[in-house]
Design a protein around this ligand. Sequence first.
Ligand code: NDP
Length: 327
Amino acid sequence: MTHAIRIHAHGGAEQLRWDAIDVGEPGPGEVRLRQTACGLNYIDVYQRDGLYPAGDLPAVLGMEAAGTVEAVGEGVERFAVGDRVAYPMCQGGYAEARLIAADKLVALPETISDRQAAAVMLKGLTAQYLLFRSYPVQPGDSILVYAAAGGVGSLLCQWAKHLGATVIGCVGSAEKAELARANGCDHTILYRDQDIPARVREITGGAGVAAAYDSVGKATFMASLDSLRPFGVMVSYGNASGPVEPFSPAILAPKGSLYVTRPTLATHIATRALLDDGAAKLFGAISDGLLHIQINQTYALADTAQAHRDLEGRRTTGSTVLLADGS
Ligand code: NDP
């Protein structure tokens, strides 16, 4: 019997249930995957508590996993039984096995293990589009990164440093500040105690940062705007503290003709070409040694509720992987 973590109602981590499920046979264009490792992402929390839609209930949560193709449906040419694959941003990841459109899958190079893929597909592709598309970082830019010791943040800081940026990382504790520095942060701000714009002005000699990559949302949005240089770019890409409150675009003028964008990875990998291009760049950055994948927590898939509690409680760092192969 195959199992998955499902919710039957929106709410807290207690809603995550280990259910027996029937996976069935792949339809046209689909494959059946035997999954070994699933990624844990903050979007899973939003879908669990109802901030983001999760489809009809009961619903299998989880947006990222890696495993092996065990059956292919009609018309699938790109993948065959036995291929190792992974995917980001496709709901239904918290499962020992699942059906999925072949179009959503990326073949894994031998050098990347299933656990590494589950740790890095969604978070690494996010770091990639943020740094190369939302605001393309230039050598010498100062940038502000939130949750700099977290999943996306760890990868974002490493990559930005390699691109020649001066990276200012906001972190929730002194231990996380140490990790952030190891990720390439030149400066850290303990933003639970320190005034973010004041510290940014101090660090940048009054200039402000070229871009703020803000994943915290409600609690930090205004502080991020106030940390930008003229024409700076506010990249609001998450809501860990809650969704950003409505604001008038008129406030952007006196703060320095600022730009605001609210991107999602879904748009940035919406076509096969975009997904292939992003994955090639991500795997290249890993094999070139620019990115070190940090799997700092693992849980059995059946214990996903505890993983959610730890993520929401700000107790995780780097990536968290849920093990679906019984190891
Ligand atoms: P993280 O590992 O970064 O965990 C979240 C971190 O946010 C915490 O560790 C904590 O770090 C910080 N945080 C600040 N305030 C709170 C709060 N009130 N409650 C909980 N955590 C808080 O998670 P992920 O790497 O999975 O995701 C990071 C962010 O990126 C999320 O907001 C997520 O939604 C977003 N994201 C957006 C994508 C997009 O395309 N738009 C794609 C992928 C992720 P600290 O203690 O240092 O403050």
